[in-house]
Design a protein around this ligand. Structure first.
Ligand code: GLA
Length: 388
C-alpha cells in the first residue's frame, strides 16, 4: 500500500513534534501564444492537475533540508551562509535560489525540513522548474507567516531566480500560470503590462490531452536564446519604427520594409501571426467554438514548425499522429519546444481510441513510447488542508 505523505515525511526526517504543512504547485500547459511572452505578447496558459507538493516542518535552527521522494539527492542549506548556485545541487538550485531571493527581500525565512513529491514529469516542458520555484516561495512565505502573499510578486521573484540564479533566460508566462492558474479557466496574460484575466476553459464533452513525446527538450536552452536574439535583431532593424512594447506590436508591412533576411522574416512572421491567433482564440473560446479553437492550435503548431523552427521531429510526429487520430479537434506543441509535450483537444468519448491510435503511429515513427495525461485547467499554488 502506498505510504501517506506524513509517513513518507517521517521516513525521510524521523518522527518529531511539530505540525506538517503541505503546499502544492501545478505544472502548466500553454494553450496558445508560444514564444511571444518575451516579445510583449498575449499568452493563454492554464495550470494543470499534475504538480509538485512540498510537505514542510519548521525547525528550531537556521537549516533548510530538502529531499524528494523522486530521487536520493539530499540538499542542506544554512540560511546564515551565502547561497550560491552549485552544480552538484541539481534540482535543489531552484529552491536554493528562491530562498536566497526571499532573504534578499528581508523575509524572515525560517529553518525547515521539506519533502517534495511530484506527479509532473521533469524536462517535459510542463514547467516543473517554475512549479518548484513558485512552490518554494509560497511555502516559505506561508511558514514565515507573511501577512499577505502576493502571487504576482511570487511569479516575478521566481522568474528572477530562473534568469539570474539558474541562468535560463525565460519569459514570465510559466511562473505566472503556476502561481495564478484557476480551476476550469485559462489565463489570458499580457506579458508587457502583466495584466491578466481568465476565460472559461471547461470543455464539456471534450478533454485536454497532454502527449509526452518522451524526448527530452535537449536543445531547448541554446535554441531558446538564439530565438530571443533573432527577435532582438528584427527590432534593431526596425530602428526608430520598432514598437516599444515588443515585437508582437510591429506590423507585417513594417517588417517587410526593414528586414530582408529570410530567417528573420520567418521569425517575425511567427511572432506577429501568433499574437493574432491568441486574440482569435480568446474570441472563439468565449463563444464556445471548440472547432475553431482546435484549428487555431494546429495553425500555431505549423507556424512554430515552419517559421519559428522550434518543434523538431518528435513533436511534429506526435502532432501529426494526433491530427489523424479519432476525435481530435486540433493539436500543437506546448512550451519551449524541441521535445517535451504537445496538447490536443479530444472528444471525451474517443479518448481511449485517440491515445491508442497516437501511440501506434508515434511508436512506429520514432521508436519511443509516448505518455498521455488527460487533464483540465487547475488552481495555481495553494496550501492543502491538513490530512489531504
Ligand atoms: C518556455 C519559457 C516561457 C516561454 C515558452 C515559450 O516555457 O519558460 O517563458 O517563453 O518557453 O512560449
Amino acid at each position: 500500500m502506498r505510504m501517506s505523505i506524513s509517513q513518507e515525511f517521517e521516513q525521510a526526517y524521523g518522527v518529531e513534534s511539530g505540525a506538517l504543512r503541505t503546499f502544492v504547485a501545478p505544472g502548466r500547459v500553454n494553450l496558445i501564444g508560444e514564444h511571444i511572452d518575451y516579445n510583449g505578447g498575449l499568452v493563454m496558459p492554464a495550470a494543470i492537475t499534475l504538480g509538485i507538493t512540498a510537505t514542510c516542518r519548521l525547525r528550531s535552527d537556521r537549516m533548510v533540508r530538502l529531499r524528494s521522494t523522486g530521487d536520493r539527492l539530499a540538499v542542506n542549506i544554512d540560511l546564515d551562509q551565502p547561497i550560491e548556485p552549485q552544480q552538484t545541487r541539481g534540482w535543489g538550485n531552484y529552491p536554493a535560489g528562491v530562498l536566497r531571493e526571499l532573504l534578499c527581500q528581508n523575509v524572515k525565512v525560517p529553518g525547515a525540513d521539506v519533502l517534495f513529491t511530484s506527479t509532473l514529469p521533469q524536462g517535459a516542458g510542463l514547467s516543473s522548474s517554475a512549479a518548484m520555484e513558485v512552490l518554494t516561495a509560497f511555502s516559505f512565505l506561508s511558514l514565515a507567516n507573511s501577512p499577505e502573499i502576493d502571487l504576482k510578486a511570487i511569479a516575478l521573484l521566481s522568474q528572477k531566480v530562473e534568469n539570474q540564479f539558474v541562468g535560463v533566460n525565460c519569459g514570465i508566462m510559466d511562473q505566472f500560470a503556476v502561481a495564478l492558474g484557476r480551476e476550469n479557466r485559462a489565463m489570458v496574460l499580457d506579458c508587457e503590462s502583466l495584466e491578466y484575466r481568465y476565460v472559461p476553459f471547461a470543455l464539456k464533452d471534450h478533454v485536454l490531452v497532454i502527449m509526452d513525446t518522451s524526448w527530452q527538450r535537449r536543445l531547448a536552452d541554446s535554441k531558446y536564446n538564439e530565438r530571443r536574439a533573432e527577435c532582438d535583431a528584427v527590432l534593431q532593424l526596425l530602428g526608430p519604427d520598432a514598437p516599444r512594447d515588443g515585437l508582437v506590436h510591429a506590423s507585417w508591412q513594417q517588417v517587410l520594409s526593414h528586414v530582408s533576411d529570410p530567417i528573420l522574416l520567418r521569425r517575425a512572421r511567427h511572432v506577429i501571426s501568433e499574437q493574432a491567433r491568441v486574440e482569435q482564440a480568446t474570441r472563439v473560446l468565449a463563444s464556445g467554438d471548440l472547432v475553431a479553437f482546435g484549428q487555431l492550435l494546429t495553425a500555431s503548431h505549423v507556424s512554430l514548425r515552419d517559421d519559428y523552427e522550434v518543434t523538431g521531429p518528435h513533436l511534429d510526429a506526435i502532432v501529426s499522429a494526433a491530427l489523424q487520430a479519432p476525435g481530435c479537434l486540433g493539436a500543437r506543441m506546448t512550451g519551449a519546444g524541441f521535445g517535451g509535450c504537445a496538447i490536443a483537444i479530444v472528444d471525451q468519448k474517443a479518448t481511449a481510441d485517440f491515445s491508442d491510435s497516437v501511440r501506434t503511429t508515434y511508436l512506429a515513427a520514432t521508436n519511443l513510447e509516448p505518455a498521455f495525461y488527460v487533464t483540465h485547467a487547475a488552481d495555481g499554488v495553494h496550501e492543502l488542508a491538513p490530512g489531504t
